[in-house]
Design a protein around this ligand. Structure first.
Ligand code: ATP
Ligand code: MG
Length: 559
């Protein structure tokens, strides 16, 4: 990882398009400082796509000495909840960022309402009695201009009265809406008298029952940005058609000129980034919850053992683009390994045990070997690993009819037990069915690391644990949630749930060296020669549970 950082620090990095815009705005004196915001809707847990937006918004402000507000876009009371509000804050902090102000679109409901009255008085908004369907049909299509609503020419006085009555709760949901009066033939459909307010008798997580009319996204977002003097309002590409309307409200109201910029949303192979679909997985019990370690949510990957450092590295690597792309999840896994390889503690855990008896090792003797917690830091802390006469090795590290290139244990063969002695396989013990149940070996005391005399080396080194000291742990070996790489492109006659990977969770048992249970690093650990694992909160004093974070190695190399 050291090396990784050095390389990127020395190469002068090309500015991304947002940095170019910001540097130009600062240079031309258009702005004094940078103000960004992260605007989640509190209707679900944050996912990896949001991490990209967070790293971008907070990262840009940090780079240019500015600030970032956390603003909840809470204009849709029926789907929102304080559970989500709290989780979002936790996730942003975990990623390593701190917002300037915690704000809510609902903080501005009074101001937004006042501006709506202003638009009505200026003849720029009207109350429409048409049904949702009539409004939809009246909008026309891209090739066909819309038609004016029969209610479009109500006087400002009448509109003001009706709008106030809407607010007072006189009308039922769907009976009336407030629309901007712009142009029903406008080439940009967004301008065909967009909805500003709809009636909703719903309890709001912050404003309670104060309101029964709620502002629409387009009428809300730009004005909120403007109130907070957001200089660069960054959102995903699908909002580019909204930008002219964003500007229209700000210009028409003559308020602080925030500007919107769009970047490509993050899509990742073998997973999904839609809160709606993730919610469905949770509600249908197809995953264990929002924080299921297979989920692309931040709480999910956190439980899996991904680190904030790895996520920030990933966001840095993918950069920002103006074109939608599908990113390879292997790049994210690569970043996780980069970070964990540099920092994680090592332990030996056997998953499929085969008993080894060292026949020339004294019964009852225990030698405690001092082993580095991280070989990259040999001077650093160590752990004590007990060696005894009876050990477990992984079954896959023994082969009876081994090919020439098999450098682990085989009959008559030698191998080094990691950190300790070279042993030789003298006898293979089998049960009545012919299954190998035990290996009788001898050890060579002169091969003890640090012993006098010449160092004898063998080709293979394997991990092991002392039977007597091994702690039984539960393993949850996770794999990808879906079987198809591009989950945004599934056949029409199929549902995304048809592609759930049936092998995304395989339970296992591990036999761990005792020091594992004392680990206090707080991050994922490396099970030597196997993979990275992170302790799960389901662990009890009787049984520790470890989630597989990622495999140890992969042939994948980032470009
Ligand atoms: P979803 O479609 O999953 O519901 P959303 O865009 O509705 O996502 P919001 O809570 O409104 O979710 O998003 C907050 C911010 O995060 C927005 O600025 C949005 O553009 C950004 N964001 C959401 N998904 C992604 C993504 N996949 N990649 C990058 N940014 C994203
Ligand atoms: Mg949204």
């Amino acid at each position: 990882m050291e090396e990784q950082i050095k390389v990127t620090a020395e190469e002068p990095k090309k500015l991304n398009f947002l940095e170019e815009i910001i540097e130009k705005d600062l240079k031309e004196g258009k702005i004094d400082s940078v103000m960004t915001r992260f605007p989640p809707e509190p209707n679900g847990y944050l996912h990896l796509g949001h991490a990209k937006s967070i790293c971008l918004n907070f990262g840009l402000a940090q780079k240019y000495g500015g600030k970032t507000n956390l603003r909840y876009d809470d204009t849709n009371p029926t789907k929102e909840d304080t559970e989500y509000v709290d989780s979002i804050k936790e996730d942003i902090n975990w990623l390593g960022f701190q917002w300037d102000k915690e704000l809510y679109a609902s903080d501005y409901f009074d101001q937004l309402y006042e501006w709506a009255e202003e638009l009505i008085k200026r003849g720029l908004a009207y109350v429409d009695d048409q049904t949702q369907e009539e409004i939809r049909l009246g909008r026309g299509t891209v090739d066909k201009p819309g038609v004016n609503s029969p209610y479009r020419d109500r006087t400002p006085e009448e509109n003001l009265r009706l709008f106030r009555e809407m607010k007072a709760g006189k009308y039922a949901e769907g009976e009336k809406v407030l629309r901007a009066k712009i142009d029903m033939a406008h080439p940009n459909m967004m301008f065909r008298d967009p909805l500003l307010y709809r009636i909703k008798f719903a309890h709001h997580h912050r404003t309670g029952d104060k309101w029964c009319i709620y502002p629409m996204y387009d009428y809300t977002h730009g004005q909120c940005d403007s109130i907070e003097h957001i200089t660069h309002s960054i959102c995903t590409l699908e909002f580019d058609v909204h930008r002219p309307l964003y500007d229209w409200f700000i210009e028409t109201l003559g308020i602080y000129p925030s500007h919107q910029y769009e970047f490509a949303r993050l899509n990742l192979t073998y997973t999904l980034m839609s809160k709606r679909k993730l919610l469905e997985l949770v509600q249908k019990g197809l995953v264990a919850g929002w924080d299921d370690p297979r989920m692309p949510t931040l709480c999910g990957v956190r439980r899996r053992g991904y680190t904030p450092e790895a996520l920030r590295m990933f966001c840095e690597k993918i950069g920002v683009s103006k074109r939608d792309q599908l990113m390879d999840i292997q790049l994210l896994e690569w970043c996780v390994r980069q970070d964990l390889n540099a920092r994680s503690n090592r332990y030996m855990v056997v998953q499929d045990p085969l008993k080894v008896t060292i026949t020339n090792y004294p019964e009852g003797q225990v030698e405690w070997f001092d082993c580095p917690l991280n070989p990259a830091d040999p001077e650093g802390a160590s752990r004590k690993v007990p060696f005894t006469r009876e050990l477990y090795i992984d079954r896959a590290d023994f082969m009876e009819d081994a090919p020439k290139k098999f450098f682990r244990l085989k009959p008559e063969g030698e191998v080094r037990l990691k950190y300790t002695y070279i042993i030789k396989c003298e006898e293979v013990v089998k049960d009545a069915e012919g299954n190998v149940i035990e290996l009788k070996c001898t050890y060579d005391p002169s091969t003890r690391p640090g012993a006098e005399g010449p160092w004898r080396s063998v080709k293979g080194t394997i991990h092991w644990v002392s039977c007597e000291h091994a702690a039984e742990i539960e393993l949850r070996n996770y794999d990808r949630l879906f079987t198809q790489a591009n989950m945004n492109d599934i056949p029409e006659d199929k549902d995304y749930k048809d592609f759930l990977n049936p092998d995304s969770l395989i339970f296992g048992t591990g036999y761990a060296e005792p020091a594992l249970l004392e680990d206090a690093s707080g991050i994922a650990v490396q099970f030597e020669r196997t993979g990275y694992y992170f302790k799960d909160p389901d662990s009890t004093p009787e049984k520790a549970v470890f989630n597989k974070t990622t495999a140890l190695k992969d042939s994948y190399k980032p470009e």
